[in-house]
Design a protein around this ligand. Structure first.
Ligand code: 5GP
Length: 174
């Protein structure tokens, strides 16, 4: 199934970035393409089920997709950032990296408990980032039932792990 072959063709692979052995999927080439970017947003919006109150975007490329999806979905944008970047009172969540840990944060008052939140990022790999975002949003009282990604790297298992956390997971390019 390659319904999104047009979008796949706009994403390039950069070898050995950010370190040797990593095949980095570079989506900046899709962003540069007016038709491709609009199509990606339209298809992500079409794949979203039911009403959404907030689109939560993960720093930094997730912001681009979350912001573009907000208007068609009639939702606001909630920023999930690296710890230390948000000015107000925050809540945070740690997640494991290959070496060490990282921490993401959101404003503690960004949502009203019970609000329906769609999680968005450019790419899911191991799922470590997205799963931490779900824990964070749920800690704040959000109803997080779906996630949208431009790219899934299914061999790394992140989307399946997110499904095990109870989310419907969609991606345009796998
Ligand atoms: P994970 O936590 O699922 O292992 O990694 C996903 C996060 O790292 C996302 O926020 C994503 O933006 C970033 N990321 C990891 N690998 C890539 C890649 O190959 N291309 C892009 N564009 N982002 C990546």
């Amino acid at each position: 199934d390659d319904r999104n072959a047009d979008l796949r063709a706009l994403i390039r692979t950069i070898p050995d970035f950010p370190k040797p052995g990593v095949q980095f999927r570079d989506i900046t080439t899709l962003l540069l393409d007016s038709v491709g970017f609009a199509a990606a947003i339209a298809r992500m919006a079409a794949g979203t089920q039911g009403p959404v109150d907030l689109v939560a975007g993960i720093e930094a490329r997730g912001f681009i997709f979350a912001a573009a999806l907000a208007a068609p979905l009639g939702a606001g944008v909630l920023l999930i950032r690296k710890d230390g970047k948000l000015p107000g009172t925050t809540i945070a969540e740690d997640y494991a990296l290959e070496y060490g840990t990282d921490r993401i944060a959101m404003h503690a008052d960004a949502l009203v408990p019970g609000q329906r939140v769609l999680l968005v990022d450019d790419l899911i790999a191991t799922g470590g980032t997205a799963r931490a975002a779900v824990r964070l949003l749920r800690k704040a009282g959000a109803m997080v039932t779906q996630a949208q990604f431009l790219v899934d790297l299914p061999d790394l298992g992140g989307a399946d792990a997110l499904r095990a956390d109870g989310l419907a997971v969609d991606s345009l390019v796998a």
